[in-house]
Design a protein around this ligand. Structure first.
Ligand code: ZN
Length: 270
């Protein structure tokens, strides 16, 4: 179950299962509560959208003041719809906010270092949090349809097994707000890729009312991928709010095009 909170005008989403462990600080931001103007209004957290850097830094300060994050401990990466997973170490602390990020072509971050805040951006794509409650390691994942169909969620878990000896049965997951099946209309080539790569594709795709168009459920697809990787169904929570249906609360790439900000999924180990 997810919750939408409001604190000092900042609206953000949390997951009950993650919160109940008392092991992480986490939030999925909305577009409300920052100082961004115009098409970026109000809480753009991405430095790559054309907005002045000072404005975005102020938004990070607001996030830190309100939710207790440490301004010097964010780690941002340059997302390019890959399935590349980066192991974040102490040397990376601050990358992307207080120092230049050298993390290129990466769409998932994992760490076992307390206090480092892993960040993934989205505006329709699926953000995913993972917490290994036994080995005390976390992940944040940016899964657009490409990352989703190529199994970035599974690859992130494999990396956690490799580096932290994670047992997938110990993972708690939160799948964040993204474009819902109501709005995620695609063409035949996308569907073909889903059928080629995912055994359960038929169960997450519906024929649209528009001929030759289809609609994909990215929440369910990612849940199935996590379950196939060994995460128990009851340990996965999904915030099923469609970003495209709710542009008053979220940025949506499909609804707004490139004239928009980005939301951030942020998680750190206590
Ligand atoms: Zn929708």
């Amino acid at each position: 179950m997810h919750h939408i909170h409001e604190k000092n005008h900042l609206h953000y989403v949390t997951f009950e299962n993650l919160k109940n462990t008392n092991m992480v600080n986490h939030c999925f931001t909305t577009r409300l509560g920052g100082v961004s103007q115009g098409v970026y209004a109000q809480l753009n957290l991405s430095f790559t959208r054309g907005e002045p850097k000072q404005t975005i830094l102020e938004n990070y300060h607001i996030l830190c003041r309100t939710l207790g994050f440490d301004f010097d401990s964010f780690v941002l990466c340059h997302q390019t719809h890959t399935t590349n997973v980066r192991v974040v170490t102490e040397a990376d602390r601050g990358m992307g906010v207080t120092k230049q990020s050298t993390i290129q072509d990466t769409d998932a971050l994992i760490t076992n270092i307390p206090g480092i805040q892993l960040v993934a951006f989205s505006a329709d794509c699926t953000p995913i949090f993972l917490l290994d409650t036994q080995k005390k390691a976390i992940a944040v994942i940016h899964a657009g349809w490409r990352g989703t169909v190529n199994g970035i969620a599974k690859k992130t878990i494999e990396k956690m097994i490799q580096h932290y000896d994670t047992n997938p049965k110990d993972i708690i997951a939160g799948i964040g707000p993204c474009i819902g099946q109501c709005c995620f209309q695609v063409d035949a080539p996308v569907i073909k890729e889903f059928h080629q790569k995912l055994s359960f594709a038929e169960e997450v795709i519906i024929q649209d009312t528009v001929p030759q168009k289809y609609k994909i459920d990215l929440w369910e697809t990612n849940r199935r991928i996590l379950m196939e990787a060994g995460v128990p169904r009851e340990q996965i929570e999904i915030c099923k709010i469609c970003t495209m249906c709710h542009t008053e609360l979220f940025y949506s790439h499909r609804a707004m095009g490139n004239a928009r900000g980005n939301m951030a999924a942020v998680i750190s180990l206590k």
